[in-house]
Each structure stands twice: as C-alpha cells, then as structure tokens.
Design a protein around this ligand. Structure first.
Ligand code: PGA
Length: 245
C-alpha cells in the first residue's frame, strides 16, 4: 500500500492575474525536473479559472481554499463546491486554521463542507492543528484526535482525501515543531483516520515550510507532503520545496 505524497501551495488572499506568471514558471520547471509527488496550487477563487487555463496540460493540480456546505442557494459571497469544480479545481483546502479562527468554523461545519466537496468530485485537504496554549498545556494529541473525529465524516473511510497537520503557532511565524513533535502528531492523526481511505490519505505537514527545512520534514515517517503558504508564492521557493522530496 503506497501513499502518494502531495505538496500543495496555499496562496491565501494573495495574487492577481499578474501572479499567474509564477504558476507558469513552476509548470515549466516541473516539465524539466518532474516532481516525485503530486503538486497543487491553491490560488484565491478569483484566479481558479485563469490558473486552470494557464496550467492546462501541466502536471500541476488546482485547488480552492474553502467551499460552502451546500450546493447552491441564497448565501451571498459564498462559493459552492460544484462551482469550484466547474472553475477547474480538483482539490479544496477545508478547515484551515485561518477559517476556524477568523470565521469561527466548527468541526461540524468543516465536516459538512467535506461532504459537499466529495459530492462535487473534489478531493478535500482537511486541516487540523493545535494552538500554542494547547501545546503548552500538553493537549496537542487530544486536540488533533478530537478535530479529526469531528471534521472527518465517516463517509471518507472509502474516499480519496488528504489531511494537513498545521500547528496554528507555526503558520507564517517562521517557527516549526521539532521533528519528533511532527512525527508524534502525524502518528496520532493516522491512528484516528477512518477506514481504507484513512490508511492511504497523505498527511501533509504545514507551518513555515521553506526550501531549507523541507528536506528534513519530508523525510519524517507519516509525513506525506506539505501544505505551504508564504513560500508557495514564488515559483523558485516552491520548487525548492517540491524538489526536496
Ligand atoms: P506558511 O502557511 O507556510 O506561510 O506558514 C502555511 C499554511 O497556512 O497553510
């Protein structure tokens, strides 16, 4: 049973049409030096369709950063999973800590979004991670297990999905957990995932992954790739991470 790693770039609320040049450069570089994993870029929703067009025929997958839990309706400003698929996405990041923190997303809401994504044919990347206070109170593994239980619906036991372990305190801070702490978190997440889907889901590490620390992080047992924020905005940095695998 092999787990195909995934390295995904999360552009967050960054990027305009001019940024598509970075995506083009990445595609050209990966055509020369193919990656040993799946590679995805997750731009803001405004760029999904254009990026899908620009990357047509390349090996780079397109992901969105969130979706609504319903397929359509009177939800001004929200975007439904089938719309993301229609725009060219094949993946969607769900339950990112910035959504949980700034938009108050609960585990139950994340689980509903995961179901909606699956129905639309999108592969969810479900994010979990502890705060600094929780880590300092020695609650990390308990928090992760409970987020997995609440955000990963049982229907994923037979589905293709990915999980991202992203300690909140490591996101955008330049801080990272020790390699042992990452290994422990990933082992606890693997043990908590349901079914065959859970046995083969890549578990990405996310939080201040850079070209200079990617190699050691990606070697850890149960680390099946990375979710990269800041360092995915420049093709050269992101390529350095991808080729570290
Ligand atoms: P970072 O963000 O790489 O900028 O720390 C990671 C993420 O939030 O997905």
């Amino acid at each position: 049973m092999t787990i195909r790693p995934l390295i995904a770039g999360n552009w967050k609320m960054n990027g305009t049409a001019a940024s598509l040049d970075e995506a083009k450069q990445l595609a050209a570089a990966l055509a020369e030096s193919p990656a040993a994993c799946d590679v995805a870029l997750c731009p803001p929703a405004t760029l999904l369709a254009q990026m899908a067009w620009v990357l047509k025929g390349s090996a780079i997958l397109i992901g969105a950063q969130d979706c609504h839990g319903k397929d359509s309706g009177a939800y001004t400003g929200d975007i439904a999973a089938p719309m993301l698929a229609d725009a060219g996405a094949s993946l969607v990041i769900l339950g990112h800590s910035e959504r949980r923190t700034y938009h108050g997303e609960t585990d139950a809401e994340v689980a509903a979004k995961v179901e909606a994504a699956l129905w639309a044919g999108l592969k969810p990347i479900i994010c979990v991670g502890e705060t600094l206070e929780q880590r300092q109170a020695d609650q990390t593994l308990q928090v992760l297990t409970s987020q997995i239980a609440g955000s990963v619906p049982a229907s994923l036991a037979d589905a293709a999905f990915a999980v991202a372990y992203e300690p909140c305190w490591a996101i955008g801070t330049g801080l990272t957990p020790t390699l042992d702490q990452i290994a422990q978190a990933h082992a606890a997440i693997r043990a908590a995932l349901p079914g065959q889907g859970g046995a083969v889901a890549p578990i990405l590490y996310g939080g201040s992954v850079k070209p200079d620390n990617a190699g050691e992080i990606l070697k850890i047992a149960q680390v099946g790739g990375a979710l990269v924020g800041g360092a995915s905005l420049k093709a050269s940095d992101f390529l350095g991470i991808i080729l570290a695998l």
